[in-house]
Design a protein around this ligand. Structure first.
Ligand SMILES: CC(C)(COP(=O)(O)OP(=O)(O)OC[C@H]1O[C@@H](n2cnc3c(N)ncnc32)[C@H](O)[C@@H]1OP(=O)(O)O)[C@@H](O)C(=O)NCCC(=O)NCCS
Length: 217
C-alpha cells in the first residue's frame, strides 16, 4: 500500500499484513528487553521491514538500534519511518541527499470517538470533514489523526521539537487521495523550512494509511 502512496524511485518500502516476531540483532533487541510479546512482535516486524527496505537501496543487513528519544537510529545518510498496528506493519526509507524526511502511519479503520475528534481537529477542520461526505466525520477524523502522526514522524527526527495535534491543520482532497498539512503555530520551527507539506492517503478494508514525503529543494 505505501509503495503505491509514495510511487517514488528514491523511496523503498517494505510491508506485511502478517507482522511476526523475528530474531533481532542484540543492538536492536535491547530496545524491547522485558517488553510484552505484542510489543516485541511489532518492533521486530518493523525492524524486519526496515532492513528489507534498506536492502533495496543497497544497504544489506543494516542494524537499526533505537535512539534514546525512541526514534529509529537509521544508518548514516538515510531517513525513514516505521508504523505498525494490528494486521499491518511497514517501513519506508530513502537517502537523505534527495529526501529530507519521510513519515508513514497506519491505523485501524475505526471511527475516532467524538471527544478525541475534538482533541485532534479544530472547529474549522471538523467543518471541512463534515462537508466531505462519503464517510462519517469520525472516520475522516481518523485519517486526519493518521496524517498528523505521519507528519510528526517526519518532523521530530529532524527538528527535535514536540508538536501537538492542534498545532497543525489538515485539508483532505478525497478525489486526489491526498492531503495538505499546515503548521499553524508559528512559534514552532518549520520542517526543513516548510510550514506546509502534502501527503497521500488510502483506505484499505481494515486500515487507514497516510504517507508524507519531503523532497530536498
Ligand atoms: C510517536 C508516535 C507518532 C507513534 O505513532 P503510533 O501510531 O503510536 O505508532 P506507530 O506504530 O505508527 O509508530 C511507532 C514507530 O514510530 C517511530 N517513532 C517513535 N517515536 C518517534 C518520534 N518521536 N519521531 C519519529 N518517529 C518515532 C518508531 O519507529 C516506532 O516504532 P518502533 O518503536 O517499533 O521503532 C505517537 O506515539 C506520538 O507520540 N504522537 C504524538 C505526537 C503527534 O503525533 N503529534 C501530531 C503533530 S501534528
Amino acid at each position: 500500500m505505501f509503495a503505491d502512496l509514495f510511487d517514488h524511485p528514491d523511496v523503498a518500502v517494505a510491508e506485511t499484513d502478517d507482522p511476526r516476531e523475528t530474531p533481532l540483532p542484540p543492538e536492536e533487541a535491547a530496545a524491547v528487553e522485558g517488553a510484552a510479546e505484542k510489543r516485541r512482535r511489532e518492533f521486530a516486524a518493523g525492524r524486519s521491514c526496515a532492513r528489507l527496505a534498506l536492502g533495496e537501496l543497497g544497504l544489506s543487513d543494516a542494524i537499526i538500534p533505537r535512539n534514546p528519544d525512541r526514534t529509529p537510529a537509521w544508518p548514516d545518510g538515510m531517513v525513514g519511518s516505521i508504523s505498525h498496528t494490528s494486521g499491518h506493519c511497514a517501513a519506508a526509507v530513502a537517502r537523505d541527499r534527495r529526501i529530507v524526511a519521510v513519515g508513514i502511519d497506519v491505523e485501524g479503520r475505526t471511527p475516532l470517538k467524538d471527544g478525541i475528534v475534538r482533541r485532534i481537529c479544530s472547529e474549522d477542520e471538523r467543518a471541512h470533514l463534515a462537508a466531505l461526505g462519503d464517510h462519517p466525520v469520525e472516520v475522516w477524523a481518523k485519517l486526519v489523526f493518521s496524517a498528523k502522526e505521519s507528519f510528526f514522524k517526519a518532523y521530530f527526527p529532524r527538528e527535535h521539537v514536540g508538536l501537538g495535534f492542534r498545532e497543525a491543520e489538515v485539508e483532505i482532497d478525497p478525489a486526489g487521495e491526498g492531503f495538505r498539512l499546515c503548521m499553524c503555530n508559528e512559534d514552532k520551527p518549520a520542517l526543513a523550512g516548510r510550514r506546509e507539506v502534502t501527503g497521500r492517503f488510502a483506505f484499505g478494508p481494515a486500515h487507514v494509511f497516510t504517507a508524507i514525503l519531503v523532497e530536498a529543494r
